[in-house]
Design a protein around this ligand. Structure first.
Ligand code: AMP
Ligand code: ZN
Length: 142
């Protein structure tokens, strides 16, 4: 069983802040800032594509209420980041899909570093070709 399945089953401890039939939300043990929450489906699913659409929507709905709660709480919160790492190359370490929701404040030291050479500058023709590839795939998945 994966770490998050073991938390869902109660075998491993977690500081749970929210729970319903479908998801459990608990504090990350290595928070970016205090109040860093992970929203986790209660069944094992590795990737976003393994989640039924409604379950993905529910994970985001719960992310939104955590966002609201962070802003109302006594925790320092001037903004919120939500983040999903879907796949190893995208930074996923725990192979059970989860939504990170964490408070941000000025000077907290967190930044999404994008090296200047990682940004491309495609022309419109290239953008349209890429859009075409994606639109063809969208017809398959919707
Ligand atoms: P990711 O890199 O998106 O897969 O994120 C995995 C997150 O899970 C990291 O931020 C870890 O700090 C967090 N994490 C790992 N083990 C635990 C645990 N037992 N309880 C809470 N958070 C955990
Ligand atoms: Zn799991």
């Amino acid at each position: 069983m994966c770490i998050f399945c073991r938390i869902v089953s109660g075998e491993l401890p977690a500081s749970v802040v929210y729970e319903d039939d479908q998801v459990i939300a608990f504090l990350d043990i290595q928070p970016i800032n205090p109040g860093h929450v992970l929203v986790v489906p209660k069944y094992h699913a590795q990737s976003m594509e393994d989640l039924p659409e409604e379950d993905a929507a529910h994970m985001m709905r719960v992310g939104q209420i955590i966002d609201k709660a962070l802003r109302k709480s006594d925790l320092r919160c001037e903004g919120v980041n939500m983040f999903i790492a879907d796949g190893r190359v995208a930074g996923q370490d725990v192979d059970h899909i989860h939504l990170h929701v964490f408070p941000r404040f000025k000077g907290d030291g967190f930044e999404l570093k994008v090296p200047s050479d990682a940004r491309k500058t495609p022309g419109r023709e290239q953008l349209d070709e890429t859009a075409g590839k994606l639109k063809r795939a969208l017809q398959v998945v919707t």
